[in-house]
Ligand binder design. Structure first.
Ligand code: FAD
Length: 306
C-alpha cells in the first residue's frame, strides 16, 4: 500500500472549515453556443463571491478581441472583479500598452501577465516581437507603468518545460515579484507535495507574494493528461488508475474527478492553504461542488442562514 491508498480523509473534510477564497479562470468563447455556456457558468459561480474571475488570452494573441469583450462585459456587469490575461507574443509594446490602457479605461484593475508560448509552437525558442516586450518580467513592469494594476503571474511547481531547473523558475518568479507582480498562480499539479515543496523553496528565495495553487478538476482525463504532458505537469500512476477503463463512462468519470479534486483541495487546506484558483474549462458544475465542500455558499443562501 502506498501513501495514496490509505483510507484517511483530509482533516478539513470534517469539522469547521476556515475562510477560503477562490478565483475562477475561463477561456473566451468561439461560438454562440460556447458563449451561452460560459455565461451560464459565470452566473452560477459568481454568487460564491470569488476574489476575481480571469479570462485567458489565446496563443499568439489569437483571442485579443474575444478576451477583451468577455473581460469588459464582466467589468460592466459588476458581479465580480475581472482579470485579463495578456501575453507578450505577436504584438509591439505600443499595441500591448493600448490593450492595457483599454482595460484600465473599461474599469479593469487586474492583469495576468505572461510571456506566452513561442509563436512557432511549444518546443521552439521564444523570439520576442522586435518592438515587443521581451519577457514576462518586462510585461509586468510595463503594465504597472500604465496603471496601478494588480498583476498576477504564473509559477511552475514542476518546472516550466523551457526552464533549466526549479531553482531557475524560483529565481524568475522572484524577478517577476521585483518587477511588480502581486500574486502568482501555479500551473496545475496533482500531488500536493510538489506544490508545498515549491512554495517552501520560493519563500526561502525571498518570494513573498501569495502563490495560489491552480486546481484543475479533470473534466476529461485523457485530454487533461495530454495537456499536462505538454505543460510539464506530471500525472501520477494512481490518478491514471482511478480513471482506467472509464473512457465510455462519463458519469463515473465525473464523480471521480470531483472526488479527486475535493481530496486535493481539502488536503491543501490541512496544510494552511486558503486561496485556490480553479481552471474551470468554462464549466461550473464540478467547481461549484468543490467550492461547496470548501464551505463556500452563494450569497443569497448565506443571508437565509444568518
Ligand atoms: P515565464 O514565467 O516568463 O517563464 C517560464 C520559465 O521559463 C521561467 O520560470 C524561467 O525558468 C524560464 N525563462 C523564461 N524567460 C526567461 C529568461 N528571459 N531568462 C531566463 N529564464 C527564462 N498562455 C497563453 O498563451 N495565454 C494565457 O492566457 C495563459 N495563461 C496562463 C495562466 C497561468 C496561471 C499559467 C501557469 C500559464 C498560462 N499560460 C498562458 C501559459 C504560458 O504562457 C506558457 O507557459 C509560456 O510558455 C510561458 O509564459 P510565462 O509567463 O508563464 O513564463
Amino acid at each position: 500500500m502506498n501513501e495514496h491508498q490509505t483510507c484517511e480523509l483530509p482533516r478539513a473534510s470534517r469539522g469547521q472549515l476556515p475562510d477560503i477564497r477562490v478565483s475562477f479562470e475561463f477561456f473566451p468563447p468561439k461560438t454562440v453556443a460556447m458563449e451561452a455556456m460560459l455565461w451560464e457558468s459565470i452566473n452560477r459561480l459568481a454568487p460564491l463571491g470569488p476574489s476575481f474571475m480571469s479570462v485567458t488570452y489565446g496563443a499568439g494573441g489569437s483571442t485579443r478581441e474575444r478576451t477583451h469583450n468577455t473581460v469588459a462585459r464582466l467589468a460592466r456587469e459588476g458581479m465580480v472583479r475581472p482579470a485579463a490575461h495578456l501575453t507578450c507574443v505577436g504584438a509591439s509594446r505600443a499595441e500591448i500598452d493600448a490593450i492595457v490602457q483599454g482595460y484600465w479605461d473599461a474599469g479593469v484593475r487586474h492583469v495576468v501577465a505572461l510571456r506566452g508560448d513561442p509563436a512557432a509552437g511549444l518546443g521552439a525558442a521564444f523570439e520576442p516581437h522586435p518592438q515587443g516586450y521581451k519577457s514576462s518580467c518586462d510585461l509586468v513592469a510595463g503594465v504597472r507603468r500604465i496603471g496601478d494594476f494588480e498583476v498576477s503571474v504564473s509559477a511552475y511547481p514542476e518546472r516550466h518545460p523551457e526552464s533549466v531547473s526549479i531553482e531557475a523558475d524560483v529565481a524568475f518568479l522572484r524577478a517577476k515579484q521585483e518587477a511588480g507582480a502581486t500574486r502568482a498562480i501555479t500551473q496545475f499539479f496533482f500531488e500536493n507535495e510538489i506544490y508545498l515543496r515549491f512554495v517552501e523553496r520560493a519563500r526561502a528565495a525571498g518570494v513573498t507574494i501569495p502563490i495560489v495553487p491552480g486546481i484543475m478538476p479533470m473534466q476529461n482525463f485523457k485530454q487533461t493528461a495530454g495537456f499536462a504532458r505538454k505543460a510539464g505537469a506530471s500525472v501520477p500512476g494512481w490518478l491514471a488508475d482511478r480513471f482506467d477503463g472509464l473512457d465510455d463512462d462519463v458519469d463515473t468519470r465525473r464523480l471521480i474527478a470531483a472526488t479527486v479534486a475535493a481530496e486535493q483541495v481539502l488536503g491543501l487546506v490541512d496544510h494552511g492553504v486558503r486561496d485556490f484558483h480553479f481552471y474551470t474549462n468554462n464549466r461550473a458544475d464540478l467547481v461549484y461542488a468543490i467550492c461547496r465542500l470548501l464551505g463556500l455558499r452563494p450569497k443569497g443562501e448565506q443571508q437565509k442562514a444568518a
